[in-house]
Design a protein around this ligand. Structure first.
Ligand code: PGA
Length: 267
């Protein structure tokens, strides 16, 4: 984290879990366990039908509401889709684009991730753009190439003033839902690299202000160490965000002071 230059963001991703009826109980347990003076932006990305139930408790808890997906299209004849305007009208402030599960199961490609990103930004919603390599790509030494391609594709035609509002989440596919968290060194290395790609595209000032998250088996036990790295500005948390106590603990860890310094602080 580097709170001097950018926001720390802790975003939960409930995936296809929970129901609207579960929201109230979850939120009261989360609020009871969360420190009053939280110094990060806490967000919950929930399935679309749960959003209305989250509006009131999220406001009380100063928690941002996020969606897990958005249509790449605007309004029109796209049966079953939900567009950025609809989300923004409900008060949604964040939306995930390009999660690896959507890339894998729903054929979401880089061009679609780019269109989603542009649509979200046009409606004032912060995109949380997910990038990450497979185990095979890592083994073959293709991680950085793959990450650079995904970041550049997602941000294609995103202007400077909008790029500063984007969040990138580094989620190695081999670490998601597996319990195999990336080491702090692996996660920092790629997050620092993502910032360098953003620097090439937009210059040092914008790259320095972008929040870059880590995701992939982040939990209450390993969050503090990951968040102590200078280029890891928060987390995208799946499994552990379903447990209000664990999620609150990670939010509390995001309030800690930066303990490690590297040259990237001087960006
Ligand atoms: P996980 O999921 O924390 O359960 O690994 C992270 C994600 O998919 O965003």
């Amino acid at each position: 984290m580097n709170k001097k230059y950018r926001k720390t963001v802790i975003a939960g991703n409930w995936k296809m879990n929970m129901t609207a009826s579960d929201v109230r109980e979850f939120m009261s347990r989360l609020s009871a366990a969360t420190p009053d003076n939280k110094t990060c932006d806490a967000v919950l990305c929930v399935p679309f039908p749960l959003i209305p139930a989250l509006i009131k408790p999220a406001k009380q808890a100063r928690l941002g509401i996020g969606a897990q997906n958005v249509s790449e299209y605007g309004k029109g004849a796209y049966t079953g889709e939900v567009n950025a305007e609809m989300l923004s009208d409900l008060g949604v402030k964040y939306a995930i684009a390009g999660h690896s599960e959507r890339r894998q199961f729903f054929s979401e490609d880089d061009a679609a991730v780019n269109r989603k990103t542009l649509n979200l930004l046009d409606h004032g919603i912060t995109p949380i753009i997910c990038v990450g390599e497979s185990g095979l790509q890592r083994d073959r030494g293709l991680t950085m190439e793959h990450i650079a391609y995904q970041v550049k594709s997602a941000l294609y035609a995103v202007t400077e003033d909008k790029a500063r509002r984007c969040i990138i989440a580094y989620e190695p596919i081999w670490a998601i839902g597996t319990g195999n968290t990336a080491t702090t060194a692996q996660a920092q290395e790629v997050c620092e690299y993502i910032r360098s790609v953003a620097r090439q595209m937009y210059g040092a000032r914008i790259a320095r202000s972008m929040s870059i998250l880590y995701g992939g088996s982040m939990n209450a036990q390993n969050a503090a160490e990951l968040l102590s790295m200078p280029d890891i500005d928060g987390g995208l948390i799946g499994g552990a965000s379903l447990d209000p106590g664990a999620f609150a603990r990670i939010i509390a860890d995001a309030g800690q002071e930066l303990t490690r310094e590297t040259s990237s602080n001087l960006l």
